[in-house]
Every structure is written in structure tokens, then in C-alpha cells.
Design a protein around this ligand. Structure first.
Ligand SMILES: Cc1ncc(C[n+]2csc(CCOP(=O)(O)OP(=O)(O)O)c2C)c(N)n1
Ligand SMILES: [Mg+2]
Length: 788
């Protein structure tokens, strides 16, 4: 058993003595954070010129909900090594905090949601170094922290990062409605299996979503669920004022009343204010003299203050809760808050996109004591002396900690990988063998590769790698089958030294794990070279998460196999069609679909460098289980370059040829056979091998924009202008049909655009018109078109 690591101790005597001053500073700063975030949104919506008539937006209510918690975290609780995913709709709070810390400019705040300004949702690539994790699509930032904690364990347990400092806590600030997102629970289960540590999820329990008030029934279950997964649950429910009222005579009736109050009534009364509370409390609890006394002691303003005094807005309670956790057990803080706290639409069910109008802002400004012209001042309107606040901010653990991102040295990649031997090989098998060879060779490259797969490790051919490098686990775990001498090709001993992270079947988790491992360099200072495998059709299963990983510029290699109808007997549910279009369209991801093992060896090497380049991208390989006869060749440097660029002539056309076939991936044998047959009549015809429609397409667009000649144009220039061109692949035909526009060829695009089904390759290729006969027919049609 790995014992929980105990972090530095609780509050010292000196700290205790300084507490009132600290709370005064934090409370003042919280007020400023609320003001700045609200003003930032107001400025963007009401004061900046609007050229297109679109609402600019921003979330004043969602921001206000987190002002206390984020103030406490950023100015007191967070240490430099902690990493945090901010609830997307609290982005203005995040920017305001960075501004106060001196890490964000006033100009960017003034341009919130404008081009080049602070981003609507925290973005690593657009807002820069202050952002640990991008957020926006709810749920993903939350899961991301869990997998980042696993990545941290991976690095620390192997000694790949310094371990003198305690590990960073991975913290997510989640909306309560965000918990409807399934990916959070997928992550939770996976984290439990891996005994995840150093993880805090802070739930902003304002009981409101975008549309409505959250069901009362939901939260009755949330704490139990976290506890079931081994988490500690800390509930921050009532603030100091309410606790004091509960302690008065009959006060427990007030507590019971609030506890029983439905979410929707509580929210409505928050909106209505003191008068509304008085009316209901009077009606329900007037028989208790103690309650009558409480009502008498509070005017409407004080009563509103009392009844909305939830712990998530009580600085002392918040600090107690955060500082009270001193071990590494995953902890869920359920923080009761009010959506729009301190703003005129607090608690109103329609406040999600609500914006304060000019009158409301004017009165809010008066209440905040912010004079006109001082809206962006750091401390205007605060009671505490500015020097004190400046000093407090400067002393925050995060303030002077230097750079938040690390520059991690690159890992050297050898100049070439040997091509796996064999006359007939599938690209999937070649992948397994190349990786197996890297594992056997050992050395720095092998040490930094980490693989992961959602329960398809064996069936995607990661077996040879795993057998040599082992499975990662926080603890040593024996391979029972091996110990019991049960024969198996798979050696699955687990230990902290293992280099494969085995995940359950949840592609969403795979992409979050890849995102986290793929950010190891900037987050922890040591690069990892992550390779994830899955079945190609299930890219769509986790597509939003793949997009999320790319959006925050995480770097990894994705090996998707098997793919297409070439998977044949397995049937249509597992046969992918449109994924090459994802490969073409996904920013931050470059895709390849090689046909031969030697191509893959070149490309995999290139990919390991590409994911380490400053302006590089992640790389997606679409591979196949179809054994294909390999060309007997040794690749010249020029040919290697062409394979990386995306295409080369497998059979060079004669100058001015009238016809070419362009193929991609597993249909190479059909394309070759068709070409061989055609060559009898049209000896000049060419056969173009396409290894990356994506790279070719990007290059074509870039070259067109720059007035240069693209790779595709140069290749097709061998043909007569207007020559016939057939494109074919086990992929959606639109992946390649654009080639017709490159040089004005008469094109017949072939491919798969219907669901697949069970069958063997001859039957399926025939039925879906990508067999040799179909290519020949297409060539004839293309030639006819070219004659017109
Ligand atoms: C995956 C996804 N679906 C829908 C949305 C649109 N959306 C934005 S915020 C929101 C509700 C958020 O409620 P909650 O998480 O409770 O945050 P609050 O605004 O209450 O703080 C929704 C549905 C989104 N951002 N991401
Ligand atoms: Mg909410």
C-alpha cells in the first residue's frame, strides 16, 4: 500500500494571530475581484463600440458565484506547483485575479471577448502562461485535473521530476450543473482504479444551471458518490452569520427551515431579498419566540445578508476548509454559493446570461465606492489601505513564484527506425513491431514514451511494447497468471516503473489522459512522448475531448486501428468512414494513413519529433489490420521527404499522361492491380501513393495563399492538363476529391459513404466500389470526362 503523503502542517500560532488581517485583506480583494469581473463584462457589452450587432456576453452571475472561493485560492491557498482548471464561466474572475497579481494587462481586460483581448473562457494558447488548463466545454477541465494528477504520479514515481517539493494539487472548480457531464464520472471511476491523489474538486453549488434551478434530488446523492470512490467530502454550507443565528434560542428551527427549503424557493427568495425572507419565515416559524427575535433584530438588508450567508461566500469558512486538508486524499468540496451573489439578479433563475443594465451598474458602482474614471484601479473603493493590499498580494505564494510553465528539454529521436521485416504486413502489425523494437533498444527515447489505451492494448498491437516496458501502477502488482504458470503471450506485471497506462473502455478518458501526458513538459518540466491507441471508429466517441486536447496544444500520437470497412468481418458498428475527414479538419492534429511498413517507420519517427517542435502538432495515424504485400525497396532520402509531405508516385506517370490513380491506405493492392491492368492500354498512366491527405491539403492551401506551387500541384503537373484522375481509399471520398481542384483534373472520387457490414475484403470492396474492378470502371469514366 502506498501511504498518503502528508503535506505541511496546519495553521501555526503566528498564522492564527495574523488571521483577522488576512481575512480583511482577502475580503477586500474579493470585493475588487467581483467589481472587476462585473465591470469587465459590462465594459465589453455596453461601453465598447459594437460593429456587428451581436451580443458580446460574459457571465456576471456565474462569476460572482465563485468570487470568494477563487480569491481565497489564488491569493492564499494555491502554491506554485498547484494546477487549476477554472470553471469556464468564471473566466472574468480569473482574468481579474491575474490583473491584481500583475499577470494580466488592463488593455486585455478592456478587450475582454474582443480580438486579441482576454478570452471568454480561460485558454492556454490564447491567454498564455497564467492558464494551466483551458476550459469552455463543461466537464472536461474537471476530468483533466484527475488525469494530470495521474501524469504527475507517473513522473514523480519514476524520478523524472524533482521530488523535493510536495506534489502539486490538481484543482478543478466545477459548476454544479457541470456534474451532469458523463465524462466526469468516467474519470472518477478511472481515478479510483488508479488510486489517484492530490486532487481537489471544488463544486460551486449555486443550485443553478443555464436554463434552470438544479433538481433537489441530485445533490442528495453527490457526496455519497464521491465517498464511495474513496474521496473525502467537505461540505461548506453555512457561513459564520448563519451559524451564529442557529446558535441562538430556537435557532435550530431556522436551520431546519433552510435545510428543507427547496432549491427553487431558496433561489427565488435570494432574488426577492429581505422582505421575501421575512414573509416566509414569519408565515412558517412565527410560533418560535427566538425566530421572532431574530427577525426583529434584522432589518431587510441585514436579513438578506444573513439568509444568503452561505459558506462559499464566507472567507473564514472557505479558508478553514481549504487549509484543513493537509493530506493527499482526493477531496471534493461542496461549496454552497449563490449565483449572482452581490448582484441585483442574485438567485434569479434566468440570470445565467443576464447582464446588469446601465442603472443597475450605476447603483452597483455606488455601493462598491468606485468613482468614475477609477474603474480599473486596483484598490479604489476598498477600506483596507492600498499599501497593505499591495504587500498582501506580493506575498501570495503564487505571486512571486516565477514562470508557471516550464521549458522542457527535447528528447532525441534517432535518425531512422528500421523497417519491420516481412513480405506481407499490416500497418498495425508494423506499428507494434516498430514500438517493440524501440522498447528493446531502450535508452532515452524509450524511457520517455508512455503508452495508453482504453482496454484495446492487445488488439491494437501494443503488446510487444507492454511486454518489455510493463504496466504503470502506483504499487507493485504481480502478474498472477504468470505466477501461476498459465501460458500467455502478454506479460502484465504492474509497477511504478511501468510505461503503459491501461485504462478502462472510455475513449473520453483516453483523450484526457493523452492531453495530460502531452502537457507534461510545460506543466512539470519533463517531456513525455505519449502514444495512445484506440479503434478508429471510436475517435468519434471521444471527439470533443480530442478536440479539447488539441485546443490546449497537448502533444501526443494517436494510433487508430483497425479502421474502415477493411476491418471486414467485424461489421459495420466498428467500421469507420468519416474519421479521415476529422484528420483533415481537426486543428492541432496532423493525420497520416500510410499503406506500407517502411512508410510508417519514417512517419512514426517524424511524429516523435513533430510533437516536440515548438510549432508542432499532435499526430494521428489511421492504420489497418489488412496484411499487404510490401514493396521491396530502400527508401531514398527524397522519397522519405515525400512520404512525410503526403504523397509520391509509386508508379511514375510519363510526362503528359492522360490518367492517374491516387490511392490512400489499405486499398494499395487494388490500386496497384488496377494500375497494372490499365498500363496495358495506357502505359503512361501513373499511380500516386497518398500518405497524408491532410498534409497535402494544408500545403495546397498555404501555397495557393502564398502564390507558390504546392506539393500536390508539382506531382500532378506530370499529367496532361485536364487529365483523368481517380482517387480511392477506404475512407470518405471527400477526403481526396478536392485533389480535382488542384490542377483541374477530371476526377472520379471513390470511397465509402455508407455504413459498412460484415463480410470479407473481396465482398466488401466490391459492394462499396473500391475494388480493382470499380477502380477500372472509374478510370474509364474519368477518361471519358477528360475527353469532353
Ligand atoms: C459541453 C457543454 N454543453 C453546454 C454548454 C453550455 N453551458 C454553458 S454553462 C452551462 C450551465 C452551467 O451551469 P453550472 O455548471 O452550474 O455553472 P454556473 O453557471 O451555475 O456557475 C451550460 C449548459 C457548455 N459550455 N458545454
Ligand atoms: Mg450552477
Amino acid at each position: 500500500m502506498v501511504m498518503p503523503q502528508v503535506l505541511e502542517g496546519a495553521v501555526s500560532v503566528e498564522e492564527e494571530a495574523a488571521l483577522p488581517d488576512k481575512i480583511a485583506c482577502l475580503t477586500a480583494l474579493e470585493r475588487k475581484v467581483l467589481w472587476l469581473s462585473t465591470w469587465m463584462i459590462h465594459n465589453a457589452n455596453h461601453l465598447r463600440p459594437n460593429r456587428d450587432g451581436l451580443k458580446v456576453g460574459g457571465h456576471q452571475a456565474s462569476s460572482a458565484s465563485l468570487a470568494t472561493l477563487m480569491t481565497a485560492l489564488y491569493f492564499d491557498v494555491l502554491r506554485p506547483q498547484d494546477r487549476i482548471a477554472v470553471k469556464p464561466h468564471a473566466s472574468p474572475v480569473f482574468h481579474a485575479i491575474q490583473y491584481l497579481l500583475g499577470h494580466q494587462s488592463r488593455e486585455k481586460l478592456e478587450r475582454f471577448r474582443a480580438f486579441g483581448g482576454a478570452q471568454s473562457y480561460p485558454s492556454r494558447t490564447k491567454d498564455g502562461e497564467t492558464v494551466d488548463f483551458s476550459t469552455g466545454s463543461v466537464g472536461l477541465g474537471v476530468g483533466m485535473t484527475l488525469f494530470t494528477s495521474m501524469a504527475q504520479d507517473y513522473l514523480r514515481l519514476k524520478g523524472l521530476v524533482p521530488t523535493d517539493d510536495p506534489p502539486g494539487r490538481m484543482i478543478a472548480l466545477a459548476g454544479d450543473a457541470e456534474l451532469d457531464e458523463g465524462n466526469i464520472f468516467e474519470a472518477l471511476l478511472e481515478g479510483w482504479k488508479h488510486d489517484v491523489r492530490n486532487l481537489w474538486w471544488v463544486i460551486d453549488y449555486n443550485r443553478q444551471s443555464l436554463d434552470a434551478v438544479v433538481s433537489d434530488r441530485l445533490f442528495g446523492r453527490i457526496d455519497a458518490m464521491f465517498e464511495m470512490m474513496g474521496w473525502r467530502v467537505v461540505t461548506l454550507k453555512y457561513g459564520r452569520l448563519l451559524e451564529a443565528a442557529f446558535a441562538r434560542p430556537d435557532g435550530h428551527h431556522l436551520r431546519e427551515w433552510i435545510d428543507a427549503c427547496p432549491n427553487s424557493l431558496y433561489s427565488a427568495l435570494v432574488y426577492k431579498g429581505g422582505e421575501g425572507w421575512r414573509e416566509h419565515l414569519h408565515r412558517d416559524l412565527n410560533r418560535y419566540p427566538g425566530i421572532r427575535a431574530i427577525l426583529d433584530d434584522h432589518d431587510d438588508t441585514a436579513l438578506q445578508r444573513l439568509m444568503t450567508n452561505l459558506a462559499g461566500h464566507d472567507m473564514a469558512a472557505v479558508l478553514d476548509a481549504f487549509h484543513g486538508v493537509i493530506d493527499d486524499r482526493p477531496t471534493c468540496f461542496i461549496a454552497y454559493t449563490i449565483k449572482g451573489y452581490g448582484l441585483p439578479f442574485a438567485g434569479h433563475k434566468d440570470n445565467h446570461a443576464g447582464l446588469m443594465n446601465l442603472d443597475q451598474m450605476a447603483s452597483f458602482r455606488r455601493n462598491m465606492g468606485v468613482a468614475e474614471g477609477t474603474e480599473w484601479d486596483l484598490f479604489a473603493g476598498l477600506d483596507a489601505p492600498p499599501e497593505r493590499l499591495s504587500a498582501f498580494l506580493a506575498a501570495a505564494p503564487l505571486a512571486g513564484s516565477g514562470r508557471r510553465w516550464h521549458d522542457a528539454p527535447r528528447v532525441a529521436v534517432p535518425p531512422s527506425f528500421p523497417t519491420p521485416r516481412g513480405t506481407t504486413l499490416s500497418t498495425q502489425e508494423a506499428f507494434g513491431r516498430i514500438l517493440g523494437d524501440i522498447a528493446a533498444a531502450g535508452g532515452p527515447l524509450a524511457e520517455r514514451i508512455v503508452t495508453t489505451s482504453p482496454d484495446v492494448t492487445v488488439s491494437t498491437n501494443l503488446g510487444p511494447w507492454v511486454n518489455r516496458r510493463g504496466i504503470f501502477d502506483r504499487a507493485e502488482r504481480a502478474d498472477t497468471f504468470r505466477d501461476e504458470k498459465v501460458v500467455s503471450a502478454q506479460r502484465w506485471a504492474m509497477s511504478p516503473r511501468g510505461q503503459h497506462i491501461e485504462l478502462g473502455i472510455a475513449e473520453s478518458n483516453l483523450f484526457l489522459q493523452l492531453a495530460a501526458l502531452g502537457l507534461a513538459g510545460p506543466l512539470f518540466g519533463t517531456r513525455l512522448l505519449p502514444i495512445g491507441t484506440l479503434y478508429d471508429p471510436f475517435i468519434k466517441r471521444g471527439l470533443d475531448v480530442l478536440n479539447y486536447a488539441c485546443y490546449q496544444d497537448a502533444r501526443f500520437i494517436l494510433v487508430a486501428t483497425p479502421s474502415g470497412i477493411t476491418l471486414a468481418p467485424e461489421g459495420g458498428a466498428h467500421q469507420s468512414i468519416g474519421e479521415p475527414l476529422i484528420g483533415l479538419a481537426q486543428p492541432g492534429l496532423v493525420s497520416f494513413e500510410p499503406a506500407y511498413a517502411d512508410e510508417l517507420a519514417v512517419l512514426l519517427r517524424w511524429a516523435l519529433e513533430e510533437i516536440q517542435r515548438e510549432d508542432g502538432e499532435s499526430v494521428y495515424f489511421r492504420l489497418s489490420t489488412r496484411p499487404v504485400e510490401q514493396p521491396a525497396r530502400k527508401l531514398a532520402a527524397e522519397l522519405e521527404e515525400a512520404i512525410i509531405a503526403g504523397a509520391y508516385w509509386l508508379r511514375e506517370p510519363a510526362e503528359g499522361a492522360e490518367l492517374a490513380i491516387a490511392y490512400c491506405g489499405a486499398v494499395a493492392p487494388e490500386a496497384l492491380a488496377a494500375h497494372r491492368e490499365l498500363a496495358e492500354d495506357i502505359p503512361a498512366a501513373g499511380l500516386l501513393a497518398i500518405t497524408s491527405p491532410d498534409r497535402l491539403h494544408r500545403d495546397w492551401r498555404a501555397a495557393r495563399a502564398a502564390g507558390e506551387i504546392s506539393v500536390a500541384e508539382r506531382l500532378l503537373a506530370r499529367l496532361r492538363p485536364g487529365a483523368a484522375l481517380v482517387t480511392v481509399g477506404d475512407l470518405h471520398p471527400a477526403t481526396l476529391s478536392w485533389l480535382g481542384a488542384v490542377a483541374g483534373n477530371r476526377i472520379v472520387p471513390m470511397g465509402v459513404d455508407r455504413f459498412g457490414q460484415s463480410g470479407d475484403i473481396p465482398d466488401l470492396y466490391h459492394a462499396y466500389h473500391i475494388d480493382t474492378g470499380a477502380i477500372l470502371d472509374a478510370a474509364a469514366r474519368a477518361c471519358l470526362l477528360a475527353l469532353r
